[in-house]
Ligand binder design. Structure first.
Ligand SMILES: [Zn+2]
Length: 573
């Protein structure tokens, strides 16, 4: 290459990087399944409190589908957990990437053997191993595991990820050239217009309004009697979903571009993110719509506490300021990864007369909490600390107390449950009366939810206050957990009416504080019981048990407040 052409080459490479973002090797990784790829979850898809970090690949509602190494490398991490990715494998490749395979049913024989040996030596079901590069070398296309339904799943599938080895950032696997058949464009379900607090009006109020999409003869429009009227400082958002030709699943979109009167004001795409930022999904979406209506509205403007790196131009904040008397053309373009796009235009009419509409008053007794400045509230029976960086925008905080005989303390309504939190807050509650020493360790903070649902928040005693670290605002009180977990026989081999082969199954549940630990013995020795919280089932495989005699079984379960149940029985096998 001549000097001039090499400079040109470097310039072109920089230019292409500037325009198209970072480039990734295509063709290096192959698909981990030997079937056409059926997406049941997309990269960057919005989930509860996180972005989805990989592709969810359909396995035809089946378990046991062979999973293949996406490229040459070695198994660098083996993880078995009751929730999360369940049984998972990590393969490190020489090109600086790591592939992840989650929710597996089982590994291949040599890995199963190592896992089993480790589980017996540590006497634990949940383990994590980091094999050396020489231990389990794999070649591209080699079967390394079998797909399953382990961990946090709602059905059998393979979770597949590609991560940057150095930063551990997950990257959209489709950027590496994996192909899916997809000719269906995304759909926009609704548009929401947000007035900024004390600075904007939408309709005739300073509350956000959602406009549902309606279709007539293939033409899409917003269901509003006239047009959207607004004034001042506002933002827009929308809910969009996508489908893939081969899949029934509702999927996330890949990218969005928003322009106003022909000028781009905001954009994003789901290429990669950092796990430390994944909870900021609650700043990207309208958390109130998510919690109240289970509607996932993506904001086209950035809250002050949103530091996600998925947005195109970091100088664009997406806020709109309409001070004229004119109509403004809003254009939203959403795409899936294959480039199928949905374009939607609508008008916002700005009326200066709206500027005289009154803003809502600051609620009485509220304290303003900003994303950069926390607050500490100390009362006789309540102690709340909201650290800086906990909220994404200015919020009005207040708390109220409701006396009750149901719990050991009043119920405290702390903050607004529709305000999202990036980090936990501290909530300390003092009981009505001091709690007897013998019961101190059985007390916990609970949060009260819709439909009478109660969740355990744990808690530690500090100077007469029981203090927990919830990740949501809400209603809290002190309760006691003195009830040990329940252990109920589900199946042993003698139950010929429900023959399931050489396994033993028991169900374990706890009424309040939650299960902390569990263990099982067969013939008086520790035996592996695999735990699946979603079915509440503990399952033991009897393959290695001597046959044709009676086996005593013992299962011990302890909850988070130290209440223990030991259940014993025996069976013939
Ligand atoms: Zn997944």
């Amino acid at each position: 290459m001549t000097r001039q052409s090499s400079i040109l080459f470097i310039f072109m490479a920089l230019l292409s990087e500037a325009i198209y973002g970072q480039s990734y090797p295509t063709g290096y990784f192959s698909a981990p399944l030997d079937t056409p790829l059926i997406l049941v979850g997309t990269f960057g898809e919005i989930r509860n409190d996180h972005f989805h970090s990989g592709l969810d690949l359909g396995t035809g509602e089946q378990e046991g589908v062979p999973v293949m190494a996406a490229a040459d490398g070695y198994i660098s991490r083996i993880k078995v957990s009751a929730d999360g990715f369940g049984k998972a494998l990590y393969v490190t490749h020489p090109n600086g990437y790591v592939t992840v395979y989650g929710h597996l049913q089982k590994f291949t024989a040599p890995v199963n053997e190592l896992v089993r040996t480790t589980q017996y030596s540590q006497q634990k079901f949940e383990i994590e191993l980091f094999p050396k590069s020489k231990d389990f070398k794999v070649t591209k296309g080699e079967v390394i595991a079998y797909s399953g339904n382990t961990g946090g799943t709602t059905g059998p599938h393979l979770h597949f990820e590609i991560r940057d080895e150095e930063t551990e950032e997950p990257i959209n696997p489709l950027l590496f050239g994996l192909r899916v058949t997809d000719n269906i464009p995304p759909e926009i379900k609704n548009v929401r217009v947000f007035p900024m607090r004390e600075a904007g009006i939408v309709g005739r109020t300073d509350s956000a309004i959602t406009y549902e999409m309606q279709e007539m003869n293939g033409h899409f429009s917003l269901n509003t009697p006239d047009y959207i009227q607004a004034h001042g400082y506002i933002g827009v958002g929308f809910e969009a979903t996508d489908k893939q030709d081969l899949s029934m699943a509702t999927l996330g979109i890949y990218s969005a571009d928003v322009s106003v009167d022909g000028t781009q004001v905001y954009s994003w795409k789901q290429d990669r993110f950092n796990f430390k930022d994944t909870r900021m999904v609650n700043a990207h979406i309208d958390y109130l719509s998510k919690r109240r209506e289970n509607s996932t509205i993506e904001r086209c403007f950035r809250l002050p506490g949103n530091f996600l790196n998925m947005y195109g131009d970091t100088n664009q904040t997406g806020y709109l300021d309409f001070i004229d008397d004119d109509s403004h053309d809003i254009k939203i373009v959403v795409k899936d990864f294959n480039g199928n796009e949905r374009i939607f235009n609508f008008l916002i009419h700005s009326f200066s007369t709206l500027a005289s509409e009154p803003f809502q008053k600051v609620p009485d007794g509220s304290v303003v909490v900003s994303y950069s400045k926390g607050v500490a509230i100390h009362k006789e029976f309540l102690d709340v600390v909201i650290p800086s960086g906990a909220v994404y925008e200015d919020i009005y905080y207040n708390d109220t107390e409701a006396r009750t005989k149901t719990y050991l303390s009043s119920i405290f309504h702390v903050g607004n449950p529709y305000d999202a939190l990036q980090v936990p807050i501290s909530v300390g509650i003092k009981p009505y009366e001091p709690i007897a020493d013998s019961l101190m360790s059985k007390a916990l903070i609970i949060s009260l939810h819709e439909y009478g649902q109660i969740k355990a928040e744990g808690g530690e005693w500090k100077g007469g206050f029981l203090t927990a670290k919830p990740k949501q605002f809400g209603a809290f009180a002190i309760a006691l957990d003195t009830t040990p977990p329940k252990v109920v026989k589900e199946y042993v081999p003698a139950d010929m009416n429900s023959y399931r082969g050489g396994i033993v199954q028991v169900r374990i549940t706890d009424d309040l504080s939650g299960i902390k630990s569990y263990s099982g013995k067969l013939d008086g020795k520790w035996h592996l019981f695999e735990y699946d919280p979603k079915s509440t089932m503990l399952t033991a495989d009897l393959s290695f048990l001597p046959m044709n005699h009676e086996h005593p079984i013992e299962v011990t379960v302890t909850d988070e407040r130290g209440n223990t149940t030991t259940w014993t029985s025996k069976f013939w096998y």
